[in-house]
Design a protein. Structure first.
Length: 363
């Protein structure tokens, strides 16, 4: 989140709190006025005063006593209900929508575990089943798209040191062509993600679930265009869109650590470009920074919910490029221990550990 966005967030929260305090102040004033009026009426309800004020008839006296009692009852009622109004106003100010992307869903966790073990059919079916039961949550479609992209990356060898340590491959993309059927399924899932997310944002433009899914959708499309389709210039548009959505999301939900993955990957890869290319991109509002990119990847690698392993493998490969082998080794060891059935993590850990285990992936 930029400093400007942070300031706007603070000012917005201040306005909400000022409005809330004004409501409480008005409520307390009303309570005090009714109690004072009731107290005055009772205090002055002496016989001589009543005679002068309402006369001596029994009906007039009864009406006067009823008026005093009504004021006293209203004042007491407002006083008793004041804490309830305060709590309700506080809840409205602090409430945050919680969806699948912002909490742990066991079924989705299971699907992502299949994904990180390269059991792609099981992962995709898990996500499809969940999305069918939750059509109003865009994260289901986001997860389906992630399974398609991760599988294509795996088959193309993108998430390997062979690819990441080769500038030509990393900055220009794969040498062959991606699987057309898988790529079509990926883009279809992204379309559904955006459709559901934008529907939610019509009622709440700051919906965290929608902003999170849009951040990932734009980030994944940028990755696919750059690395799989070799359309680097077109991918820049989606990097900017992912950056905007992530800033809005993190202003509302700073704890959405998974969102840093899209930003970190983009900032790191752009930072790997040559100086003249990075300079040219600055005029388009694109900033590449390898160090910043690794710091953002580390946020997801340490605090992510669903994308932590994805961030770890990206950070480990970036660390290998930066000659930070100890960091890379530790991350790959953690991945290998957490996902012993993953051929990808096992091979990468063996490579950096100079192990005698196989260093080629059988796909």
């Amino acid at each position: 989140m930029t400093f400007r966005a942070f300031v706007f967030t603070i000012l917005e929260r201040q306005k909400e709190m000022d409005s809330f305090l004004m409501s409480v102040k008005q409520l307390c004033s009303a309570v005090q006025a009714n109690l004072e009026a009731a107290q005055l009426s009772i205090t002055q309800g002496k016989e001589c005063f009543v005679d002068r004020l309402v006369g001596t008839s029994l009906k007039a006296r009864a009406r006067f006593r009823h008026k005093c009692f009504a004021r006293l009852t209203l004042g007491i009622l407002l006083l008793l209900l004041a804490p309830t109004f305060v709590c309700a106003a506080t809840d409205r100010t602090d409430s945050r929508p919680v969806g699948a992307a912002m909490t742990d869903v066991p079924e989705l966790q299971s699907g992502f575990r299949f994904l990180y073990e390269q059991r792609f059919p099981e992962a995709r079916q898990t996500f499809l089943d969940w999305a069918e039961r939750h059509p109003d949550d865009p994260f289901g479609q986001t997860a389906i798209a992630a399974s398609d992209l991760f599988e294509e990356f795996y088959h193309q060898g993108v998430l390997t040191s062979d690819f990441f340590l080769d500038d030509k491959k990393l900055l220009r993309g794969i040498t062959g062509k991606p699987d057309a059927v898988r790529l079509h399924a990926f883009y279809s899932a992204l379309d559904r993600t955006r459709m559901v997310a934008r529907a939610r944002m019509r009622s709440n433009p700051k919906d965290p679930e929608a902003l999170f899914s849009l951040t990932l959708a734009d980030g994944m499309q940028a990755d696919a265009l750059s690395l799989l389709e070799r359309k680097q210039l077109e991918s820049l548009k989606y990097i900017k869109e992912a950056d905007r959505a992530a800033e809005k999301l993190l202003a509302e939900r700073p704890d959405a650590a998974d969102a840093w993955l899209a930003l970190g990957a983009a900032h790191y890869i752009i930072g790997c470009l040559s100086g003249p290319k990075r300079f040219a991109l600055k005029f388009a509002g694109m900033h590449g920074d390898r160090k910043l990119g690794m710091e953002e990847l580390a946020r997801t690698a340490s605090g992510g919910r669903y994308l932590k392993p994805f961030a770890k493998i990206m950070l480990a490969l970036a660390a290998r490029r930066e000659k930070k082998d100890d960091l890379a080794r530790n991350l790959l060891r953690e991945l290998n221990e957490e996902f012993p059935a993953s051929p990808l993590f096992a091979v990468e850990y063996a490579r950096i550990s100079n192990s005698s285990r196989p260093t080629q992936i059988r796909r």
